[in-house]
Design a protein around this ligand. Structure first.
Ligand SMILES: Cc1cc2nc3c(=O)[nH]c(=O)nc-3n(C[C@H](O)[C@H](O)[C@H](O)COP(=O)(O)OP(=O)(O)OC[C@H]3O[C@@H](n4cnc5c(N)ncnc54)[C@H](O)[C@@H]3O)c2cc1C
Length: 416
């Protein structure tokens, strides 16, 4: 089956389709991307960006594969803008990993806001109007529609959307982040939460992002021309303090002589780096955590993408391990994995390291249960994360200086 690279409905959640899209986009990732990437031409016409984020988010396609394919066609200098964008994701993942309290506080605030929505009629009406695309701000309402029908928004639209949500509609940023996480096929705890915080002025302290009418008109090629109604001021949201970074995670040694199973999550659906050594796991189990992305209902489109991606991963693992892979989901997922582990006689499970977010929250409970039966859960960091995350201590511009060094560490070409 052939697909156009930029179809925004009918996303195919397989590794093969992600790699196909990457090959189709790679020629455009050099100077053209640097010049045109900020133009949002609307649903079905996101031709200047890769639209690879749903695959990258679930690690159906790896960051190093994306960077490697692009550097095979362009010099580091020509592709630097694209490479940097890929590293924004890596940076956000690392930044949150070093500050778990930011995720915990965000989830706690959402719980409190749930109560506020029950009590405060005005807040509920404004929130429902925003999520329903009934604000009367044409561009905003159109982005709500695009998000709900395609599961994707261009980066610039996400920035304008978050800015209007916070500074014009005066809604709490956490509710907007939750709305995105329920509807984006690439919904990611780090990239999403921290991008919303960035717009609100919480990441770069006091520096907010204001959506300006002329900027929207220019970069949507006049599809939208909001002449009035947008806030012209963006006062930063305040918080008492941001936690200092903790030490980055490191790999633990594990016993490769005892029976071992493989646990795979939607955070990393290409775990081949754990299959190639002598201590190959005997069988694999996949656990789905999609329903935990929000206390509210996650969109059917997100479930479709994840379920398709899990099925694709299962068939790849079935062939690689020559055994039947299980999928655990729903309210009994943890017990399902525990039973499977015990039935197979595994004394430990290895898993690609699970970064902060709903999946890690779920797997922490699993780990406690396994532990009470004397079964270990061993997370293994990828070289990419191990090389990058220690530098996510300050702002992106400081992190960016390390990109050539990180690329050398993972054996990819760099400028110096
Ligand atoms: C408010 C807001 C919320 C966001 N929420 C998410 C999210 O939940 N998940 C997510 O993956 N991205 C998120 N982003 C970042 C960015 O908008 C998307 O990654 C990008 O639009 C995906 O489209 P693409 O694949 O066509 O990107 P391209 O421009 O083709 O970039 C290639 C890849 O680089 C990475 N990338 C590019 N820009 C960014 C960025 N600014 N931050 C982090 N990674 C980036 C993505 O993995 C992307 O697939 C958010 C941005 C904002 C402003």
């Amino acid at each position: 089956m052939t697909t156009t690279r930029n179809e925004t409905t009918g996303w195919i959640p397989s590794r093969a389709n992600g790699l196909e899209r990457l090959q189709a986009f790679a020629p455009k990732a050099g100077a053209a991307y640097a010049k045109l990437r900020n133009y949002d031409l609307g649903p079905g016409a996101h031709d200047h960006v890769s639209t690879l984020s749903p695959w990258i988010r679930h690690r159906l396609v790896l960051e190093e594969e994306v960077v490697s394919a692009v550097l095979a066609r362009h010099s580091f200098t020509a592709a630097s803008k694209f490479v940097q964008e890929v590293f924004w994701r890596t940076y956000w993942k690392g930044w949150l990993e070093l500050r778990p309290a930011v995720w915990k506080d965000y989830r706690q605030r959402l719980r409190l806001l749930g109560t506020d929505l029950d009590r405060d009629r005005d807040l509920r009406q404004r929130w429902e109007a925003a999520e329903g695309g009934r604000t009367g701000i044409t561009c905003f309402d159109a982005w709500v529609e695009e998000l709900k029908t395609t599961g994707y928004l261009h980066n610039h639209a996400r920035m304008w959307f978050a800015s209007i949500w916070i500074f014009t509609l005066k809604l709490p940023w956490e509710l907007g982040a939750d709305f995105f996480l329920r509807n984006l096929l690439d919904g990611d705890p780090a990239s999403n939460t921290l991008s919303w915080r960035w717009v609100a002025g919480l990441q770069t302290k006091g520096k907010t992002y204001l959506a300006r009418a002329d900027n929207i008109a220019k970069f949507t090629k006049n599809r939208f021309n909001p002449t009035s109604g947008l806030s012209t001021v963006a006062d930063p949201v305040l918080e008492p303090s941001t936690p200092a970074p903790k030490a980055p995670p490191s790999n633990v040694s594990w016993d490769c002589t005892i029976p071992t199973g493989l646990l795979v999550t939607e955070e990393d659906l290409y775990p081949d780096f754990l299959l190639s050594n002598a201590a190959r796991p005997g069988a694999a189990v996949l656990i789905r955590a999609t329903e935990h992305r929000s206390a509210l209902k996650v969109s059917p489109a997100v479930f479709r993408f994840v379920d398709g991606a899990l099925a694709d991963t299962r068939s790849r693992l079935d062939s690689a391990l020559d055994s039947e892979t299980e999928i655990a989901q729903g309210s009994h997922a943890i017990d399902h994995v525990l039973d499977w582990t015990r039935q197979n006689g595994f004394r430990q499970l290895v898993t690609p390291y699970i970064p902060i977010g709903p999946t890690a929250d779920l797997v922490r409970m699993l780990s406690n249960k396994l532990g009470s039966h004397g079964i270990g859960l061993i997370p293994i960091l990828r070289c990419w994360d191990k090389a990058s995350w220690p530098y996510a201590t300050h702002g992106f511009f400081k992190f960016r200086e390390k990109i050539p060094k990180i690329l050398r560490q993972v054996s990819l070409p760099s400028a110096n």
